[in-house]
Write a protein that binds this ligand. Sequence first.
Ligand SMILES: Nc1nc(=O)c2c([nH]1)NC[C@@H]1CN(c3ccc(C(=O)N[C@@H](CCC(=O)O)C(=O)O)cc3)CN21
Ligand SMILES: O=c1ccn([C@H]2C[C@H](O)[C@@H](COP(=O)(O)O)O2)c(=O)[nH]1
Length: 286
Amino acid sequence: MRTKRYPALAELGLHPPAQVDVAYENLLAEVLTHGAAKRDRTGTGTRSLFARQLRYALADGFPRLTTKFVAMKAVKGELLWFLQGRSNVGWLQERGIRIWDEWAGADGELGPVYGVQWRSWPTRDKGVIDQISELLTTLRTDPDSRRMIVTAWNVSELDAMALPPCHAFFQCYVSEGRLSLQVYQRSADLFLGVPFNIASYALLTHMLAQQADLEPGELVWTGGDCHIYDNHVEQVREQLSRVPQSFPFPVLRLERAASIDSYTMDDIDASRGYRHHPAITAPVAV
Ligand SMILES: Nc1nc(=O)c2c([nH]1)NC[C@@H]1CN(c3ccc(C(=O)N[C@@H](CCC(=O)O)C(=O)O)cc3)CN21
Ligand SMILES: O=c1ccn([C@H]2C[C@H](O)[C@@H](COP(=O)(O)O)O2)c(=O)[nH]1
């Protein structure tokens, strides 16, 4: 039996408040004011809180923050790069995306990171498991399954990775024809990484839904160590001083591709309705 689906605000001709900013900024403000001082691997220093959650109803719009410019080109490129199973930054650099440069070796390699684990998780008998293809098969044939999980946290290969996965694990869930996704991010750089991670998983949810003929449902982001680096505090204050409420949610245009790995940069456009405050630059902790 299908229960009633409430219409999205956009279907009623209403603009929801830019909740993408409100929920995120509440978390930024909470960590800024209540976070415990904590040392970290990079030697930068952070303030940090453990285990927080953000939720986005994707029918209300695409969660691209408006209180600073979010570089969608890098978000799109990185996700396509994961979905194509790549681990060399060369492909990103050819597209002008440099967000992984600091972690790559001289040959551009990062080791068996996200894309490799998603598309070719190595098995004991020297074969590989394509977790993304298996996920899509399950979404199409057994959407009530409670086993729709993709994990990049391959314990036996962590030492070969340039950086152990931060967004380590995600689960899909289908109800009433809508696909929801929850991602677990063990370590969350709230100012630089998280705006990217939210947009990236929202985009992934849209792509998986499109490929499985489902509607996008809810994106649930769960963070473990949620931190603000000490050298991002001024930037965070600047962002929190900006007013998001008057901006509508941006809308995603996604051209359907033949398969999950054949989307191109031009198939994805999250610029419609995207009104934003200027970029805020910050050093990345390596
Ligand atoms: N400390 C740290 N934080 C991260 O977010 C992070 C890592 N390390 N290591 C691996 C990846 C690389 N990521 C990054 C790296 C740089 C930016 C960054 O500099 N973003 C800028 C603009 C980038 C652009 O225009 O291309 C920004 O203003 O968001 C974002 C995410 C996310 N990850
Ligand atoms: O997608 C990403 C990738 C990385 N991060 C952040 C989280 C931490 O600040 C660092 C990783 O350092 P660890 O010592 O390995 O936790 O990178 C992110 O927020 N999002």
